[in-house]
Write a protein of this length. Structure first.
Length: 619
């Protein structure tokens, strides 16, 4: 229905322009009657949509809109015999309205493109039978089959098979991602290689894909403070213009000895030039264009308020794990006592760790398989020492893997004997011990995102302070802060500590943003003036945040600030230009130097120029 309405507006605008041109042709040919007929046709086609909308708004909401001014001005022009000028006003007014519709359509293009990526059906597998059903009918724990080339219809976990997925629609990552049993898959992504079975974990209306769509739609419908301000006073302004026009009709003939003909003409010109069309169009096209630009580049603003506020940032607080860092530890160093076989030791360590539930175990196993291609040795017995590590028996020998406390004083002595150039800053140490003492040590570290330093440098160049707020200890925080170039950091913060830290930063910097990805970041995101979530973060973080970086790419952060500042500049330019032109036209009218045709062109040209200036933000 909405699409048909927009198409109708464009068709009627074209018909209006054609009718105006034909009317001019007959006017130049001297056929006055036919010219007036086509000018009237221009009135009917060009003014239909706006007149209908403004009259309905007047009846339902008892509010005067800018469109009412234009309609009254056009009818008044016809009433005193200026058919051509009235038709020209309607035509240009219709063109400016069509331009606004174009902006609206352009800003919704990303939504349409996203919706086309969502499959409508899924192949459900139940008791060995395949059944094609609507995606809306999928329930949590249903198992679906996704064949090569198919799009994933809903969020879930792979229960059978392995494949490569194109996740560009969700993360923006152009390189396909390898997925296996237990890995998450997202609706809208493409299965490139093998057939997989996926267990549904979210209903179709709760998927990450749907949340992206809902966020962009919400942002396009939400209004910025500038929009709300202008719309708040639009009705008052229109009533004021009508009052001034009425006074102009009554006072000049008696005070300035104007003729009634000149008075009506000048009042009509005032009605045209005083209309705040350009002022009203100063904000919305620019805001929609900026939101559309951001969505196309993986920056989702939840509304015009957040977009406008982003440009006023004075400081950004970063969470560490999953934000500045990737959030998954990797092995950085593997050091053994002399004359030990690295591959053999790793086969033992990884074999024991495969029975551990500790988060570091997966990183050690992945390292053993990728760097040494070892076959894991199966332990005969396993004992988990809670808080310290694990003890396993392989080939009749006992091995200890874990913290230094698990191995006693030997751990400190082994570490002291390692080369002094060995950098331990910010790393987690996992000791390996056997019956002869300390066998070696493995160090792990959560790796910094490659784009983190560039993003922080970009923010600092924009005059924005950068601070890290983390639950990690002082040593780890200091190491990461130095690695990414942060100006300051606050360590050992629990969720309530992060909230307190944000409040302190607000007292110092006024407008502060917090960027994070986890449940523990949600209170701080809500407290900050602007909450920014990483796109692959938790649902709670995504719902709490004002801005989402869908591509998990921190380098988009300076771009988001720049986009907001550009939009704010364009809006200011538009408002200043619109007010200046309206003031100039009103002043010119009182000095009898502004004929109706020129008033129409100047006024509507003013509106079209501010719309086109706003459209620049699409690039």
């Amino acid at each position: 229905m909405e699409k048909l309405k927009r198409q109708q507006e464009i068709i009627l605008t074209v018909a209006c322009a054609v009718s105006l041109i034909i009317g001019w042709v007959f006017r130049f040919a001297g056929i006055e009657v036919l010219s007036i007929i086509f000018f009237i046709l221009a009135y009917l086609t060009g003014g239909f949509v706006k007149t209908k909308e403004s009259v309905l708004a007047l009846i339902k909401e008892r509010e005067f809109s800018v469109d009412i001014l234009m309609m009254v001005a056009a009818i008044a022009a016809a009433f005193i015999g200026y058919w051509e000028e009235g038709a020209m006003l309607i035509a240009i007014f219709a063109i400016s309205g069509a331009l606004e519709t174009y902006t609206f359509n352009k800003s919704h293009k990303e939504i349409s493109a996203l919706m086309e990526l969502q499959p409508e059906e899924a192949l459900r597998v139940s008791k060995g039978k395949e059944e094609r059903i609507s995606v809306k009918d999928l329930e949590i724990n249903d198992v679906i089959l996704i064949k090569p080339g198919d799009r994933v219809p809903a969020d879930g976990k792979i229960s059978t098979g392995a494949t490569n997925l194109d996740e560009a629609a969700i993360t923006g990552e152009s390189v396909p991602v390898e997925k296996g049993i237990g890995d998450d898959v997202f609706a809208g992504t493409v299965n490139l290689r093998g057939s997989i079975e996926v267990t549904i974990t979210k209903k179709s209306d709760e998927t990450l894909f749907q949340k992206i769509i809902q966020m962009v739609q919400s942002a396009q419908n939400a209004q910025s403070p500038s929009q709300l301000f202008i719309e708040k006073y639009e009705g008052i302004y229109v009533k004021g213009v009508f009052l001034i026009v009425l006074l102009m009709l009554l006072i000049p003939p008696f005070v300035f000895s104007w003729t009634w003909s000149a008075t009506i003409y000048r009042a009509l010109v005032l009605l045209v030039v005083a209309s705040p069309c350009a002022l009203v169009a100063s904000v919305t096209p620019a805001t929609l264009s900026a939101i559309s630009n951001g969505a196309r580049n993986g920056i989702l603003f939840k509304g015009g308020v957040q977009l406008e506020k982003m440009g006023a940032l004075k400081a950004v607080a970063f969470d560490k794990t999953g934000t500045l860092t990737i959030g998954k530890p990797v092995v950085t160093d593997f050091v053994l006592r002399d004359h030990e076989d690295e591959a053999a030791v790793l086969a033992i360590v990884a074999g024991i760790e495969s029975h551990s539930t500790h988060p570091l175990a997966d990183a050690i196993i992945a390292y053993a398989r990728s760097e040494y291609q070892v076959e894991l040795k199966a332990p005969k017995t396993i004992e988990n020492v809670v808080g310290f590590g694990v003890i396993g028996v392989i080939d009749g020998k006992t091995y200890k893997i874990g913290k230094a406390e698990l191995l006693g004083d030997d751990a400190a002595a082994f570490l002291a004997g390692i080369d002094s150039s060995f950098d331990l800053s910010g790393k987690t140490l996992v000791y390996i011990g056997d019956e002869a003492g300390v066998l070696g040590v493995i160090t792990l570290k959560d790796t910094v995102r490659p784009e983190a330093r560039a993003a922080i440098n970009g923010l600092q160049e924009q005059g924005i302070a950068t601070i890290m707020i983390t639950g990690d200890n002082e040593e780890t925080a200091k190491s990461i802060a130095g690695e990414v170039g942060l100006t300051d950091y606050i360590a050992s913060c629990l969720p309530d500590g992060k909230v307190a830290a944000i409040k302190e930063l607000q007292a110092k910097y006024d407008v502060v943003a917090m960027i994070g990805d986890g449940i523990n970041d949600a209170p701080a995101l809500a407290t900050a003036n602007i909450g920014i979530a990483m796109g692959e973060g938790t649902d709670v973080a995504l719902e709490t945040a004002d801005v989402v970086l869908m591509k998990n790419n921190l380098s988009r952060l300076p771009q988001a600030v720049d986009l907001s500042r550009r939009m704010n500049r364009v809006v200011k330019q538009n408002i200043i230009f619109a007010v200046a032109v309206i003031s100039l036209l009103i002043g010119s009218n009182f000095f009898f130097v502004l004929p109706i045709p020129l008033a129409v062109i100047a006024h509507e040209g003013n509106t079209i120029l501010v719309i086109l200036n706003g459209l620049r933000l699409l690039k």
